[in-house]
Design a protein around this ligand. Sequence first.
Ligand code: ADP
Ligand code: ASP
Ligand code: MG
Length: 421
Amino acid sequence: MRKIIVQKFGGTSVADTEKIKNVAKTVIREKENGNDVVVVVSAMGHTTDYLVKMAHDLNPNPSSREMDMLLSTGEGVSIALLAIALQAAGYKAVSFNAMQIGIMTENVHSKARIIDIKTEKLRKNLNEGKIIVVAGFQGVTEDGEITTLGRGGSDTSAVALAAALNAERCDIYTDVEGVYTTDPRVVPNASRLEQISYEEMLELAHAGANVLHPRSVETAKQFNVPLRVRSSFKLDNSGTLILGVDNMEIYKPVAGVAADLSQARIVVCDVPDKPGSAALIFSKLANENISVDMIIQSYARKVSNTNDIAFTIDKSDLTKTLATLESLKSELNCGEIKVDDNIAKVSIVGAGMIDRPGIASTMFETLAENNINIRMISTSEIKISCLVDKDKAQQAVKALHKVFELESEEVAVVKGDLPDV
Ligand code: ADP
Ligand code: ASP
Ligand code: MG
């Protein structure tokens, strides 16, 4: 039986027609290797940002249904153009959007999860010898509503398709040569990782390393999809392989450093110190589909018998979060609600830090030496995150990258810089 390879090309890789021709060559090379190929593409260049900007010019708080209708159009352009380019090169190719295939998601706008992918149409077209080009980032609900998977979600479309089709491999082609020890745009002498475990990559992606959408890594881990990140501009490079931790040897305690600038911190002040207060806040936020990341509850103040509850959320959920908290204020009987979006979460990640003492203290000392104040701390078995002032984030990443000896002799190649819209 022929093997199926899923390839995904991000926005910079399909930013103009020359680049789309280049993508077609990479696709054709895989087809000529004797494989069946399913290609997932993102919207061209900065298209999605541009669509978001237009919507906000018209309405500061557009409905998430209409945003999904709008944003899903970006991918529609690139799939048709790539199929046209493949046909021009003499290959049979067909493009499909999520609705045509049946990429089924839950009924949530702007960050839906894929729950099922129908494979009949895909298999039929592959059997007819066609290269299939699929729109990333979008899905459809049982009721026929268009959804999107969250910014950067085309990676997840690709991995989910690879899982559904039992593909041999999922290759994510992007504008850097793989996964690096930190963002090579911030630290040019970051090192490319030959391999990284699903677990570490998942933590890095959640910590802000947007080279992969977190849910794509989660799906790859769940279905054991071999995942590779490679450069779409330099094909002789093997990139980074993401695989199960059992197959890896760990040399360093820290595999990578990441910063997330997309969070906001909320402090709910003077919450009565009694059972049920935290449950009330976080269950209401969960009902609104708002994900909460770091949480800190202060010691109860003896006199007033209240405490403060601070937590972080994604900035895109800020309006919804504040509205939800406002609606709770009288039931919760709390004080002021404070917001700070001038913050960044800086994280170190590594399976090698398990049972190795001193990693957290090295992180805190390094931040202190750089005069960077820590506002919140959270940890998992393989990650330590500190919330710092936003303008200190780059300095923190550089210092941590250095102290944990992650630098390389070479300077990373970052391709495809695009002008801002
Ligand atoms: P695409 O449009 O191909 O999906 P993205 O912009 O979503 O590309 O992701 C690639 C970018 O991720 C790189 O250009 C790089 O700046 C950024 N990045 C952040 N952290 C890392 C990391 N640890 N390794 C590689 N790239 C990273
Ligand atoms: N086009 C979408 C975005 O810009 C999805 C993606 O690129 O993965 O977020
Ligand atoms: Mg991306």
